[in-house]
Design a protein around this ligand. Structure first.
Ligand code: SAM
Length: 204
């Protein structure tokens, strides 16, 4: 298989950037969140939506919001929702660093996989965190999974990567506290594991 073919999402949906479906295990990521099934859950920066689609299997009494700034990805999820009658899938097109079209305190859990480094590249970290904080309920969780800050062959450039400690500092500035860190998750690479997953909570 060519490298390009390997990067195309298996579900054929359009994506800007790279789907993590071929190199990260979606079920083990969702397992980290201990979902009960009645949450308002958001896959933020959902791309091809494979994580949101997997989350639908776990969330039978809540809703799964699949948000991306790239309209074609969202259009493909709207088409899937209509075709398969997925009532609790809610695709949304918005830029997290500007405005998400949801009321304050709407969500129980937000997951962002391989998205945070893009905020660093655009220098919109504070704007993005403030908007995530606005839409999460008090007591809700914001989970960030991203590439470890190391010089390795695959993934984004070193300069746009953040360590969990740096991310904790960014979130603490917005009064969001870290409640969980898994420093060893993701793909097995020669240097160890490729990713970390860190969770923050909005106080009640
Ligand atoms: C590398 S892809 C990862 C997609 C998916 N989370 C995955 O793991 O396969 C990053 C995604 O984040 C989206 N994205 C980047 N910045 C965003 C923003 N400010 N608001 C909403 N989506 C954003 C991109 O359009 C893209 O779909």
């Amino acid at each position: 298989m060519s490298k390009k073919a390997h990067m195309l999402p298996a579900n054929g949906h359009r994506i800007q950037g790279m789907s993590s479906e071929s190199f990260l295990d979606t079920s083990s990521i969702l397992n980290e969140l201990n979902l009960k099934g009645d949450e308002y859950f958001m896959d933020a920066g959902c791309g091809d939506g494979h994580i949101a689609i997997e989350a639908l299997k776990l969330i039978n009494q809540g809703k799964v919001f699949a948000l991306d700034v790239y309209a074609p990805s969202v259009d493909d999820l709207i088409a899937l929702k209509e075709k398969e009658n997925l009532e609790n899938l809610i695709p949304i097109q918005s830029d997290i660093a500007e405005h998400v079209d949801l009321d304050d305190d709407t969500l129980n859990v937000i997951l962002m996989v391989n998205v945070f480094h893009g905020f660093k590249a655009r220098r919109v970290i504070d704007e993005a965190i403030e908007e995530l904080k606005r839409i999460i309920k008090p007591g809700g969780k914001i989970a960030i999974m991203d590439y470890k800050k190391q010089e390795v062959k695959n993934g984004p450039p070193y300069v746009v990567r953040s360590s969990p400690e740096e991310i904790e500092e960014f979130f603490n500035k917005h009064d969001l506290s870290m409640t969980y860190l898994n420093n060893e998750i993701g793909e097995d690479i020669p240097e160890g594991k490729s990713h970390f997953l860190i969770i923050f909570e909005k106080g009640a």
